[in-house]
Write a protein that binds this ligand. Sequence first.
Ligand code: ATP
Ligand code: MG
Length: 250
Amino acid sequence: MSLLVVEDLRLQYGSRLVQQDVSFEIEAGTIFGILGGSGCGKSTVLKSLVGLLAPSAGRVRFEGEDYWHASDTARDAMRSHMGMLFQSSALWSSMTVLENVMLPMSHLMKWPADECEARAMEVLGWVDMAEARNRLPADLSGGMKKRVGLARAIATQPRILYLDEPSAGLDPINAVRLDELILSIRERTQAAIVIVTHELPSIYGIVDDAIFLDAATKRPIARGKPATLRDEVMHPTVQAFMHRKEVETT
Ligand SMILES: Nc1ncnc2c1ncn2[C@@H]1O[C@H](COP(=O)(O)OP(=O)(O)OP(=O)(O)O)[C@@H](O)[C@H]1O
Ligand SMILES: [Mg+2]
């Protein structure tokens, strides 16, 4: 059984359609890319997978269970197996690095404080941020914030990890470092990782399988391994994206 199965999802804000007919499956231990130009609906799809935006049609099955048609209790239980790094990192500015990482463990999982702290220090060690534990987000570089956000997302030992443009805004060295970190997290946890990214080195370097969302038709137009999308999908929008010709469709 696939860890996550998305069936014919239709997403809209009010009467405004963002994407329709979105279907894919993700197995544990794979890195799955959601690709497409700016504004095509990648973050919106993620929102519906982590429980922040109800689809207007279709299903999201997590470990076989229909997320959006489950009871509140069942939904909370499913949610506790998901981790999310938001596009903005979304750290709490008044909390230290350590407090930020502890928050989902203490509030969502209700783990005892000493366990939360021990686990927070463990994952901060993985992302090489343990020494910055008492600093505030305002005193961190963009790359450091992303690493803290990543530590926070993996702290609760999620079975699926959602990363919205984790390396956007990072210099190439830090972007490569973040990709290596993502691979090492996959090795350590065997979680499935869903990543939204525009970075071609990340796409070709770490993504196993991907879906390409089209802004013009508001539906997926390609599905497969990144090299397959590049070499075998002749749709001009996919070709432009996979070869990084600067053509945006929005
Ligand atoms: N809360 C909202 N209410 C109404 N429209 C929204 C909302 N959030 C996003 N949109 C619109 O939905 C569409 C998809 O937005 P979304 O943020 O999902 O795109 P994206 O592919 O993640 O873009 P980017 O690459 O810029 O992050 C856009 O046209 C956007 O303006
Ligand atoms: Mg986005």
